[in-house]
Design a protein around this ligand. Structure first.
Ligand code: HEC
Length: 158
């Protein structure tokens, strides 16, 4: 994900994100995802971690049941994650600027990425031009056999 972050940063800094497009990245962010059930702040202070920063997971209502009970997700299931930079708020980590947004949507057409569409977006919600297989799927594929490529756990959600 470091590579992903670097790529996102690159695209953001050089403003070419919107002109670079990959087939699977033409997806847009679901409208109104901000109103879906939202995780508490997940704070990762390990600078070597991919999720260094503060992130929130949004899970669509219809997706919540499988998230809780396990098993294969129905077509159209959706997750969105918002990542924020971390800054020092007098000894405790506080939220900085939004750094990126990622999405997964169950879609049987996306065979190369395990039947999920993976998409990355700039903080403004524009496609970030990432390679969904190399930059997303390859990591999500590790140790997620029983959870259908979903890594976070409902138990940690709230
Ligand atoms: C190096 C590994 C790695 C890479 C690369 C990666 N992720 Fe993740 N992803 C994770 C981890 C770990 C979590 C769980 C975070 C948590 O528990 O809060 C996660 C969670 C998610 C979630 C919430 C649903 C779930 O699986 O828990 C989405 C959506 C997501 N990632 C999308 C993406 C997209 C899109 C990309 C590519 C731009 C990507 N990820 C790249 C490791 C990775």
């Amino acid at each position: 994900m470091k590579a992903v972050l670097r790529a996102l940063l690159f695209f953001t800094l050089y403003g070419i994100g919107s002109s670079v497009s990959f087939a699977a990245d033409t997806a847009s962010l679901p409208r109104g995802y901000e109103k879906w059930p939202k995780s508490r702040a997940r704070i990762i202070t390990d600078k070597n971690s991919l999720f260094y920063g503060i992130h929130y997971i949004y899970v669509e209502n219809n997706t919540l049941k499988t998230y809780r009970n396990g098993g294969a997700y129905p077509q159209g299931s959706r997750f969105v994650v918002e990542n924020f930079a971390i800054r020092d708020g007098g000894g405790k980590p506080v939220e900085g600027k939004k750094s990126m947004i990622v999405m997964m949507r169950k879609d049987r057409k996306q065979q190369a990425t395990g039947g999920w569409l993976f998409a990355g977006f700039t903080p403004e919600g524009k496609p970030a031009g990432i390679d969904p297989r190399q930059n997303c799927f390859e990591c999500h594929q590790k140790d997620t056999g029983a959870t259908d490529l979903v890594i976070s756990k409902f138990a940690d959600f709230r």
